[in-house]
Design a binder for this molecule. Sequence first.
Ligand code: 5RP
Length: 230
Amino acid sequence: MSTDDWKRQAAEQALTYVEDGMKLGLGTGSTAAKFVDLLGAKVKSGLKVVCVPTSEATRAQAAALGIPLTTLDETPELDLTIDGADEIDSDLRLIKGGGGALLREKIVAVASDRVVIIADNSKRVENLGLFPLPLEVVPFGLGATQNLIVKLAADCGCEGEVKLRVGTDGKPFVTDNGNHILDCAFGLIDDPEALDDALKLVPGVVESGLFIGIADVGIIAGPKGVEVLS
Ligand code: 5RP
């Protein structure tokens, strides 16, 4: 079995959390996309749900599959969000944003009664931080924002390169919200809560990819089977 199969296994298990009539948040990334595919098949065979996508990419995928869509303006409270992650620890703390959708992902997750994270076992970590932490930042004042991030992170014992993400076109990556992403290679993060609090003090930081106290369930699939964290 491959990583792709494990992503699909986790997505299949997440479907068991979906009930007819639910209002769902749909995550972003290759694992979430597998869930969206499976959900599309269920919708085709009669499942009634209405969904808020966390990115334009997921919106396009879900629309192509005929999944009914809404917005958080029309439907501000959701029953369940299913999303992927770049890292997940045993306390269900996450790093997200590898796909650049972290802001909408966090808004949608926090608007949901329940958040289920699906992942292959390469995402399961003892300590967060090997995956560079993505931060969504406004384009204005980028240099000053970057300096302040470095300073405040150092106060939390986190040091490392803070790099502007570049897209496949060689230009700064632009999120669905018109912002940029800084990828912070801090290495292992001793105190994710303290770092998250510190980063939120930087005026140009819109949101951090640390998701703490947000996920309710983690479904991790790998060679040893499916592990469910809750
Ligand atoms: C996007 C995300 C994704 O959920 C995360 O990057 C995992 O993606 P994938 O399932 O492709 O590994 O946070 O912003």
